[in-house]
Design a protein around this ligand. Structure first.
Ligand code: UD1
Length: 375
């Protein structure tokens, strides 16, 4: 192996996936040298810095500081700023994780410069090409050289798209590595509320955790209003803790929907750190979310999850885990909440290879794969 392995992170869900990979590459015998590149897609204290601290991620060796923008601007800016790094550092490969714009942007740059691309969390498909993440997934997987998957259905998706089976390796779920190694450090939910001046008594008899940030749920005023009204009804049955993503908070303000959030029944929080969120989720009665990561984390924690989407790229969370797709329909959401509250929530089981050792399997395979390529 010649140059370092260049590990790319950009947005919040990348951080919990890369943290265990970096640890496993360092612990590998012999250690695998890395450079950590942050594209700066997410950049502020709440969306980035706090997660770095919580996950014990090292300071990035390089920060491209691209910031926010339209899809085209953000993707193009990452590509423009990433390209010189490959000339400078001659990496033996680039590791990208997940499905955000930074994932695809760095993949495109690397593959055209003949630097091998390794995609962690490959092969997930929602079938919904209106989701920007689905485009990022499909295109990244088409050109990546080594693809590590989190569930067996991913290999079927890749085979259907003509990806050779030899490129694919089922290693399990690195995000669950992070969850299992951080569980003991998770913050007490009462403290999390108190830190924001909110009364923890709200949580005493159980609570639901809400996150919502998909453009399809929060960018259209009528859709967002209907969802907030339904959440208001849910909150009358079960107090909610709603961690507001900046996109969602911005749109609630812009569309003048603030009054729909009843502070007596809903604790409104800014985006939470990893350990705060883990604490909140671990003790929740249920989750209501449109996040991909939370669908998996709730399955690993055994907490019923009602997903505010019509589809999921993570079918194993529905088939084996605690996830139910409830979409945006008021009646369906209220009915599913009732079911959980009457003790009929899904209990589920933890899927194969979500065992806390996925990153070690990736490091072992990657080492061998790089050696084979070099010989
Ligand atoms: C991105 C990912 C999405 C992921 C989500 C997690 C893509 C296409 N989308 O969506 O898959 O689930 O991150 O959060 O890559 N902002 C801040 N601080 C930040 C970053 C962003 O306030 O540090 C605000 C900006 O106003 C920005 C908005 O959040 O316009 C959206 O950020 P952006 O990265 O464009 O998309 P996300 O919705 O976060």
């Amino acid at each position: 192996m010649n140059g370092p392995v260049l590990c790319v992170v950009g947005a919040r869900p990348n951080f919990m996936k890369m943290a265990p990979i970096l640890r496993a590459l360092a612990a590998h015998e012999p250690p695998i040298p890395v450079l950590l590149v942050h594209t700066g897609q997410h950049y502020d204290e709440q969306m980035s810095d706090q997660l770095f601290r919580d996950l014990k991620l090292p300071r990035p060796d390089i920060n491209l500081e691209v910031g926010s923008g339209s899809h085209a601007v953000q993707t193009a800016e990452v590509m423009r700023r990433f390209e010189p790094l490959l000339d400078e550092h001659h990496p033996s490969c680039v590791i990208v994780v997940g499905d955000v714009n930074s994932t695809l942007a760095c993949t495109l740059v690397a593959v055209k410069k003949h630097v091998p691309v390794v995609h962690v969390e490959a092969g997930l498909r929602s079938g919904d090409r209106l989701m920007p993440e689905e485009i990022n997934r499909v295109l990244t997987d088409q050109v990546a050289d080594r693809l590590y998957t989190t569930e067996r259905s991913a290999a079927d998706n890749l085979a259907r798209e003509g990806v050779a089976a030899e490129r694919v390796c089922f290693t399990g779920n690195v995000m669950i590595d992070s969850l299992l190694s951080s569980r003991e450090a998770a913050r007490d939910p009462a403290q999390t509320l108190a830190a924001h001046g909110l009364d923890p008594a709200l949580l005493a008899l159980g609570y639901g955790v809400v996150t919502m940030h998909r453009p399809s749920n929060v960018d259209d005023p009528a859709t967002l209003e209907a969802l907030l009204r339904t959440l208001g009804e849910v909150a009358q049955k079960l107090p909610l803790v709603f961690a507001l993503h900046p996109r969602t908070r911005g749109n609630i303000e812009r569309f003048g929907l603030d009054a729909l959030l009843d502070a007596r029944r809903t604790a409104l929080l800014p985006p939470q750190g990893y350990l705060e969120m883990l604490g909140l989720m671990s003790r929740a009665t249920l989750m209501l979310t449109d996040s991909g990561g939370l669908q998996e984390e709730s399955t690993a924690l055994g907490v019923p999850c009602l997903t505010l989407r019509e589809n999921t790229e993570r079918p194993i969370t529905v088939e084996q885990g605690t996830n139910t797709l409830v979409g945006r329909d008021r009646q369906a959401i209220l009915q599913s909440v009732e079911q959980v509250l009457s003790g009929q929530g899904k209990r589920g089981r933890v899927p194969e290879l979500w065992d806390g050792h996925a990153a070690e399997r990736i490091a072992a395979d990657l080492w061998q794969w790089l050696r084979n390529r070099a010989s």
